[in-house]
Design a protein around this ligand. Structure first.
Ligand SMILES: Cc1ncc(COP(=O)(O)O)c(C=O)c1O
Length: 371
């Protein structure tokens, strides 16, 4: 039996054709018609006016911070429950993260803690992260940041296709960043984007991403630039993947529903909640295991799955517990720490088959000592 992966790329013949089309078009470069069209389609998918296609989600975060004017010694509010890339980008510009814990309703940035933080200090930016396919509570976060004049950058790397109160992920804040890494709902093997309503920011993002070349016949530079643009070939793949986003979301949501029904009766098991005003993509299905009730812990289940060639992963280890960021302050911290201790991400890819799903369920039930 073949290995079941957590969230492998879902690619098909249409994707192959799209990349071949780009090859035939002759633009084998980090610019070209596929990049331009991908940017327009990304802006449309996120309810934005503009998009800049980039080499990664991390590059998008880095540029968003530069565009917001964040620099040396500035403080940036950020979700503690995230992948390290969000915080690495804060460090690239010399700024200092101030971590905010998750709430239990959506596992995203706790707006009550954000309110406390905003009342007590000045911040150069705020980066809520839409975790595991679910938007943060922007209905509260947007007005809070606006009232304190703090630029809001939404890290929507994991939430493309989700909505909050009917508005699409990526539409919140001054800018939002996306990732098309191999494990994401839409992949370009590696890639990312910055989306915004400000034409000038999109233009400047593209300019910074192509080594900040000034207008001149020779190579003239007045600013430090980066090589962060997305290849035209990969943009073609991104377009083909994005055109299929709706199906990808439906597949992942169906897996989530299936797992809830098939595993919901197990003692001590709960699933990541979905507040009524959110529609998650369930990019990953995540469950928590209370070891006292379950009689097994998250790690025992993960190892059992691994022994059966099924990939599962602990929830992100919060950034305030990472050795590299241990010196930076955190508001709260217990909620994300507990989610890390108890949370397990299970196979959720949009190409996961029904027999594979059944295998995952049987393996988890076996780990609980039953069938
Ligand atoms: C929340 C979050 N932010 C940022 C990134 C970084 O994106 P990339 O890998 O495209 O640089 C990722 C995932 O990879 C992520 O999950």
């Amino acid at each position: 039996m073949s290995r079941i992966y957590l969230s492998p790329p879902d690619v098909g013949p249409r994707d192959h054709e799209a990349v071949e089309r780009a090859f035939r078009g002759g633009w084998i470069a980090p610019l070209g018609p596929e990049v331009d069209a991908f940017e327009e389609e990304l802006a449309a998918a996120t309810g934005r006016s503009h998009g800049a296609a980039l080499a990664s989600g991390t590059a998008a975060l880095h540029l968003a911070l530069l565009l917001a004017g964040v620099g040396d010694g500035d403080k940036v509010l950020v979700s503690s429950l995230t992948f390290s890339a969000t915080v690495n980008a804060i460090r690239y510009v010399g700024a200092e993260p101030v971590f905010i814990d998750s709430d239990m309703h959506s596992w995203n940035m706790d707006p009550d803690l954000l309110e406390v933080a905003l009342a007590s200090d000045r911040y150069a930016a705020c980066i809520p992260v839409d975790i595991y396919g679910q938007c943060a509570d922007y209905s509260r976060i947007e007005p809070l940041c606006a009232a304190h004049g703090v630029p809001l950058i939404a890290d929507a790397a994991e939430s493309l296709g989700a909505t909050h109160r009917g508005r699409p992920a990526g539409s919140f804040g001054a800018m939002a960043t996306l990732s098309f890494n191999g494990n994401k709902i839409v992949t370009t093997s590696g890639g990312g984007a910055l989306v915004t309503d400000e034409a000038e920011w999109a233009r400047k993002a593209r300019w910074l991403a192509t080594q900040a070349r000034d207008p001149a016949p020779h190579y003239e530079h007045s600013t430090v630039g980066y090589n962060y643009r997305l290849s035209n070939l990969l943009a073609a793949l991104g377009r083909s993947q994005l055109s299929d986003l709706k199906r990808r979301v439906e597949e992942r949501r169906a897996h989530n529903q299936f797992y809830r029904e098939a595993l919901g009766d197990l003692p001590g098991v709960e699933f990541m909640p979905e507040p009524a005003d959110n529609r998650s993509t369930f990019w990953l299905t995540v469950l928590t295991i209370d070891p006292d009730e379950a009689g097994v812990d998250r790690e025992m289940i993960r190892l059992h799955l691994e022994s059966l060639d099924i990939e599962a992963r602990p929830v992100w280890k919060p950034m305030h517990l990472q050795p590299v960021f241990a010196d930076f302050p955190v508001l709260g911290g217990d909620v994300s720490a507990r989610l890390f201790e108890r949370g397990l991400c299970i196979p959720s890819g949009s190409s996961l088959s029904e027999p594979q799903r059944d295998r995952v369920v049987s393996a988890i039930r076996e780990a609980f000592g039953g069938s």
